[in-house]
Design a binder for this molecule. Structure first.
Ligand code: SAM
Ligand code: SF4
Length: 329
């Protein structure tokens, strides 16, 4: 699948639920209204859409959310997608999780064919973790991270950089990741959804973080890419990598290879734009596989050139109304 700007679309991110057991301040409002069950695709419907994407050249699938591991039965979706790894056309099946349920599922994920996981952890300080997640405890996430490591999964830690919140911790987190053999990826806050806080207050440009880190660490340029928006450096002192996702200070759209499916079957061709395609309607109207493929191709032909994220005092509305938990980041 090639979009109008010549980009091959090989990566599908699937939000399998809008629900979550945490309420991270940058991601969700405290009082969220979740979708009724009938609106959410069944695991079989999700599997069918993923199969269509794989048929048309998608080689990487990431399950996300909401919190993907709180969806009941989700391991059966991993298992079924896992059977398509290799000769089935899929190169990689992976997941982004807050880690709270990972201790329970790490071994099953490995058995299904998952080899790498991204775990979101913005702080190593238990009280700050509770403040950022509004009520979470850090221990289940840490247990999940170490269970994943013990099960043989490569772990990447994702941390959203927040001004005045965790900005003093990145040296410690980089050292901790080095000690345990994890890569670290820092993310700028993106203006998605009403969150009942002021984003200008939260926003911390990663260019500043990077120059601060350079005082204590040797960050060596690398051309390592995961096909995503992160720019990576080798950390000479730890032998691990650090990535920076900078949608605000550096636009990553030219090399975009991905689209996002929500748990209601809405396909978003860009994280930062509202145009979409309703694949649930197509499927529930009784579409054949060929008709489903056509609907996906038509959507890809509408993929926009890029996002228009801006965070400053003059833009006090989010760039898109939906929360990050709808599309899973
Ligand atoms: N619940 C899982 C988790 O937290 O990893 C998966 C879904 S979560 C929406 C995916 C990623 O998006 C997380 O790393 C989270 O920190 C990030 N995220 C959420 N809201 C964001 C925002 N407004 N700006 C930047 N990153 C955000
Ligand atoms: Fe939940 Fe992940 Fe959003 Fe935090 S970032 S509220 S863990 S979906």
């Amino acid at each position: 699948m090639i979009d109008p700007f010549g980009r091959a679309i090989t990566y599908l991110r699937v939000s399998v639920t809008d629900r979550c057991d945490l309420r991270c301040v940058y991601c969700m409002a405290e009082d969220m209204h979740f979708l009724p069950k009938k609106d959410v695709l069944s695991l079989e419907e999700l599997d069918r859409i993923c199969a269509a994407f794989i048929r048309m050249g998608t080689t990487k699938i990431r399950l996300t959310g909401g919190e993907p591991l709180v969806r009941r039965g989700v391991i059966s979706l991993f298992r079924s997608l896992g059977t398509r790894i290799g000769t089935g056309g899929l190169n990689e099946l992976t997941v982004t999780t807050n880690g709270t349920q990972l201790a329970k599922h790490a071994e099953a994920l490995v058995a299904a064919g998952v080899r790498r996981v991204n775990v979101s952890l913005d702080t190593l300080d238990p009280a700050r973790f509770t403040a950022i997640t509004r009520w979470g405890k850090i221990e289940p996430t840490l247990d999940g991270i170490f269970a994943a490591k013990a099960a043989g999964l490569a772990v990447k830690i994702n941390a959203v950089a927040m001004k005045g919140v965790n900005e003093g911790e990145f040296d410690t987190m980089l050292a901790w990741c080095g000690e345990h053999g994890f890569d670290l990826c820092l993310i700028e806050t993106m203006p998605m959804g009403e969150i009942s806080e002021d984003r200008t207050e939260q926003y911390l440009p990663l260019s500043i973080v990077r120059s601060r880190l350079r005082k204590h660490w040797t960050l060596e340029d690398t051309d390592y890419r995961t096909g995503g928006p992160a720019r990576y450096f080798n950390v000479a002192e730890t032998g691990r990598r650090i990535g920076f996702i900078t949608p605000m200070t550096h636009n990553f759209c030219e090399s975009c290879n991905r689209v996002r499916l929500t748990c209601t079957g809405t396909l978003f061709m860009c994280l930062g734009q509202d145009d979409d395609a309703d694949l649930r309607a197509v499927m529930r109207a009784g579409a054949s596989d060929a008709e489903l493929d056509d609907a996906i191709r038509e959507a890809i032909s509408r993929k926009p050139k890029g996002h228009d994220f801006v965070i400053d005092r003059r833009h006090d509305q989010p760039a898109v109304a939906r929360h990050m938990s709808v599309t899973g980041g």
